[in-house]
Design a protein around this ligand. Sequence first.
Ligand SMILES: [Zn+2]
Length: 486
Amino acid sequence: MKNICYLILLLTFISINGCAVNPVTGKQDLVLMSEQSEIALGRKTNKEVLQQYIVYDNPELQAYVNEVGQKLAMNSHRNNLIYRFTVLDSKDVNAFALPGGYIFITRGLMAYLNSEAELAAVLGHEIGHVTARHSVRQYSAAQLTGIGTALASIFIPGMNQASNQLMQVMGTAFLRGYGREHELEADKLGAEYVARTNYDTESMLDVIRVLKNQETFETQRAKSEGREPRIYHGLFSTHPDHDTRLQEIVEYASKYQSQTGSRKGREEYLNKIDGLIFGDSPQQGITRGNNFYHKQLDISIAFPEKWNITNLPDKLIITAPQGVATQQILLEDLNKRISPREFMIQRLGLKTLTNDKPLKINGLEAHTGIATINTGNGKRAARFTVIYFNNQAYILVGVTKDPKAMSHYDAAFMETARSFHQMTQNERLLAKPLRLKIVNSSNETNFKSLAQQSPLEKYQEEQLRLLNGLYPQGKASSKALLKIIN
Ligand SMILES: [Zn+2]
């Protein structure tokens, strides 16, 4: 008995500290993790993803994406794994893979794709990250060097920032990809799986063109709005001469393409995404002009004109142009009856509250005050307002980049806090999401007139063109399917 235990221990020791064979290259790799631990890590991290994101509520679309993904996974280097493909209810343009075969794509990215083969290209790329064990390799490297990849510094004392594990596994890959070499490898593997599954490998080029254009546009727009762009890391984006490498990879992959012909599946795909929510979803709150409505929470907030709103799963961030001031709105459950002032001191740990006073905001109990906190730019005086509504505490925190600017922006922070109220009947009607609609184009169809009829608030023509792969110019071919927003 003792000996067996010893043997197991020894084997565990080897698999933890030794080299593992890379499933793709067949070579020895410095991976500190067995396949079983990899699957366990994936399972654990998956739970954290599902705490951060909402699964898109459309079983038919989920089944469709899963079906396409499973076909690709069957043709991959690790078809022994159990793969799970999930569409996330997020307007962000993103897709990512966790260790062990958990693959996610956002509806925000799906809106920009124009065929089943393009969907396959994205899923194939992510499967490539799994089969080449990129996140595991990254995780191992981080463990070896002892680099913690804690992403967000703790903004408010006493507030717990979850998802440590998620950040450790994904690290910056979650935001920026795995770096050039791993991205190229995933692209190459993805192209191969796309070809083996009889999808048209040219779709790799189409999807990159669409995403590159979306990225260019989004980066410019984000800059003018003073916020971080929402862009997908993957597919050649890290490579400077991507066009040449792309051609090479597509050519390489075409040798796996069957002679019986390859498929694009444009109509199938477009029909599947007909009605897809575009932009904000009612589950997470909807921005109209400079108002924010959240149907489930039953709240409405107005933020200053020209400020930009970023809606994250755990907080709202409202940013002044050029990022000179920012206000975050967070939500905490009230598990026992304490006053908003006590909440600030006990739950938020604000021991040095100054200039504080109780408030009534549109009939709701609240408290406001100034406290010094650590921010990414150093110590800052921050305006805190806590508002009680429906057994929950809404925490508003306003800070400025330049400490001297606080006296100027404090009024705006207070104005946002004072706008907080329960939704009115009229606002409930406004809080409806936008959706993709698939229509047939005619000879007369042009983007200018489509843009004029569109309910999009800004950049109507650009956005419609991007969605249809006809940016910055190009004419819709007549009698073709076209995406519009309604
Ligand atoms: Zn990637």
